[in-house]
Design a binder for this molecule. Structure first.
Ligand code: GTP
Ligand code: MG
Length: 211
């Protein structure tokens, strides 16, 4: 099993930013977690950092409406982005935070990798595909995390992973796919390996295993 080179447990809260102007200086390396509301972004960050309440999680979709930043060291940060695609939010609120999301993705120079989280039972919705296309077009590597993998048995899980890997080829970019569970830590070493790579402390991993 992969042993992380960065101590992700060391993450500490930096800022909650309503727009990119309020973010820390655009220096060093940032990796962002993006995905639909309720996909499990905040939970995955808590699992990664072994901190139960670093990023706020909620049963109510749309909980994270700000860009939350967490520092690992002086030049490395993790970002919890606002979720997209949740219908039951006032339009004005939705537009405001989707605008800050788009702005962040387009303007942030220190952004070096994008983790796109999707519920393994509902993968590759339109907005997920748009986001991946955009990232590939911007030469940004993408790790698709198929979250809540504990909700499926091993057979069904492997089937979805293989289907999404097949679909990911069509994006013609650096897009890898991994099953993940915050509940039982499935996929955590693989996530750490990809992050170590993007943060510049590890070599390119061998092709991922199907679990
Ligand atoms: P927003 O901030 O609203 O965009 O949501 P989010 O993507 O940050 O999702 P969050 O981590 O808050 O999780 C949403 C719900 O899914 C919560 O009720 C979590 O407990 C649940 N959840 C997250 N990850 C897992 C998982 O791996 N397994 C299971 N069974 N539930 C999970
Ligand atoms: Mg969240």
């Amino acid at each position: 099993m992969y042993k992380a080179k960065i101590n992700y447990q060391r993450a500490s809260f930096l800022t909650s930013a309503p727009d990119i102007k309020a973010l820390p200086a655009d220096e060093g390396i940032e990796v962002a977690f993006a995905g639909r509301s309720n996909a499990g972004k905040s939970s995955a960050l808590n699992t990664l950092t072994r901190q139960n309440s670093l990023a706020r999680t909620s049963k109510t979709p749309g909980r994270t409406q700000l860009i939350n930043t967490f520092g690992l060291d002086a030049e490395r940060r993790l970002i919890d982005l606002p979720g997209y695609g949740f219908a039951k939010v006032p339009l004005a609120v939705k537009e405001k935070w989707q605008k800050s999301l788009a702005e962040y993705l387009m303007k942030r120079d220190s952004l070096k990798g994008l983790v796109v989280l999707m519920d393994i039972r509902h993968p590759l919705k339109d907005l997920d595909q748009d986001l991946i296309s955009w990232a590939v077009g911007s030469d940004l590597p993408v790790l698709v995390l198929l979250t809540k993998a504990d909700k499926l048995g091993p057979g069904a899980r492997k089937k979805v992973v293989l289907e999404v890997r097949e679909a990911a080829l069509a994006f013609m970019g650096d897009v890898t796919v991994q099953a993940f569970s915050s509940l039982n830590k499935l996929g955590l070493p693989e996530l750490e390996q990809v992050l170590d790579l993007w943060f510049g402390v590890a070599e390119q991993p061998d092709s991922a295993t199907t679990n």
